[in-house]
Design a protein around this ligand. Structure first.
Ligand code: FES
Length: 96
């Protein structure tokens, strides 16, 4: 499944964060997970058991497939955290 933003104008302000050392521009109001998916980043961590790539699934804090490090704090649920300017996100370090 591929995610893409809906076409059309938006008045949402731009928010700049750093993801795995690269600059990512998101929209104010995005969650970290929606910003990553909207930027084409789908697999954001690997399963600790199988090593398989995992992607955000439920988008509402239930599945824990979206765990990332945010501003040095590990295992944050990306689908529950809104983006903000200067945020630093590291993918691939979630547990589970
Ligand atoms: S996508 Fe399911 S908990 Fe975040």
């Amino acid at each position: 499944m591929t995610f893409a933003r809906l076409a059309g104008p938006t008045r949402a302000a731009r928010v700049t964060l750093t993801v795995d050392g690269e600059r990512l521009v998101a929209r104010d109001g995005d969650t970290v997970a929606s910003a990553l998916l909207g930027a084409g980043r789908q697999a954001i961590r690997r399963s600790a058991v199988s090593g398989e790539p995992r992607a955000p699934y439920c988008q509402m804090g239930v599945c824990f497939e979206c765990l990332v490090e945010i501003d040095g704090v590990a295992d944050r649920q990306a689908c529950l955290v809104p983006v903000r300017n200067g945020m630093v996100v590291t993918t691939g370090r979630g547990q589970g």
